[in-house]
Design a protein around this ligand. Sequence first.
Ligand SMILES: C[S@@+](CC[C@H](N)C(=O)[O-])C[C@H]1O[C@@H](n2cnc3c(N)ncnc32)[C@H](O)[C@@H]1O
Length: 432
Amino acid sequence: MTQEERQIHYHTVTLGALVREGDATAEITQQREDGTTETVTLHVPAGLPGERVTIAVEEPPAPPARKRRRRWKPRPPRVWITEIHEASPLRVQARCPVFGTCGGCQLQHMKYEAQTEWKREVVGQLLREVGGFENPPLLPTVPCDNPWNYRNHMRFSVYGEGKPGLTERHTRRLLPIVECPIAHPQINRALSIVAQHHNPRPQVLMRYGTATGQMILQPEQPPEVALELLAAGIDVRTETIEEKLAGQVFRIRPSSFFQTNTAQAEKMAQMVLDGLLTHDDYREDPRRLTVVDAYCGVGTFALLLSRHFGRVIAIEESASAIKDARWNLRETTNVDIMQGKVEDLLPKLAAELDGFVIDPPRAGCQPSVLEALIQHPVARIVYVSCDPSTQARDLHILCNQHATYRLRSVQPLDMFPQTAHIESVAVLERAL
Ligand SMILES: C[S@@+](CC[C@H](N)C(=O)[O-])C[C@H]1O[C@@H](n2cnc3c(N)ncnc32)[C@H](O)[C@@H]1O
């Protein structure tokens, strides 16, 4: 069946709670092929709890012919709101014309204070349900001072006539866009110039140093485009850019990880430092202690930690980030940079450490990392996470399953306003 032939059904419903991905839920009753009925729960983008709306539900694509069925995965039906009968008091007008269709943002239609409160509730729920903490020490979300135009890094896909755009949610279809309201204004400026020319490659990457005005643009643009960018005040680089964080300059390559929201990254770096330093449990002078910055990226936390602690060990697996970290930490004399997987290196080092900063990717920590933290307890751990569900899982192991640590605080930090992504910082102290 082609997309044109797929049927659309309309339902008027009252929307339920937001799911983790930021969609509201709707229960509808539908008829099965054998004539009986069933109640199904749908995810409704751009909806809010308690709203009375009419939704359109497009039948999902039918399975392909038998030969190609092995790789086929059933997709949820496409759902969208066609009319709002009773709007939530939390609703605001979304800024972006492709909001609801684009895969980038999920919460533009929600008041910003409600977004940060919802993120706090999600972290709390995960700490209770996955972490097993009855009454978790949860702090309010640290909001972003400007919840728009904060992204310093965008990866655009190129569609049809060589124009950069974004991708539709749940599909690979490309959406032409003129500007993105969460991207830094200089990225939007560069996009408007690059979009006037043919882009031969499938992607265009832009990373902007908000403090330096330098931009990495890949692939390298032809000379006439580079001149137009220069005339618009954009200082284009191809290899690395520099960005400032907490008064320090960091060099970043396109393939190295760097936080996408510089203003919030600055607050996070301070939270990490405070989490390790502001306490009574280091009875010794911090300059006599050794701490680890595990999953260190280009060395942002390691550089700040090196000013307060005697020795810092920075661990990172990416060769590109390690190159940047070596440059960024070149003037320090008390940081050892180690290239490799944290799960391989940390178990060999844990006995000599006094404190940990861990900032793993979404998957959280590997079992051998948690095992090392349990076998060699330290006074303090600061655990930064971009996925509160894996963080709650790991905190459960460290604090409840083994009771080696006490959870002192968990604070969400809004690194990604207008989206359902959640960053949170947990501080643990030795319980034994
Ligand atoms: C969320 S980023 C944190 C980077 C850094 N702390 C910062 O704030 O800029 C995670 C980093 O861990 C690295 N990484 C992912 N898996 C790893 C592993 N198993 N061992 C070591 N590093 C890893 C990634 O390359 C990335 O630089």
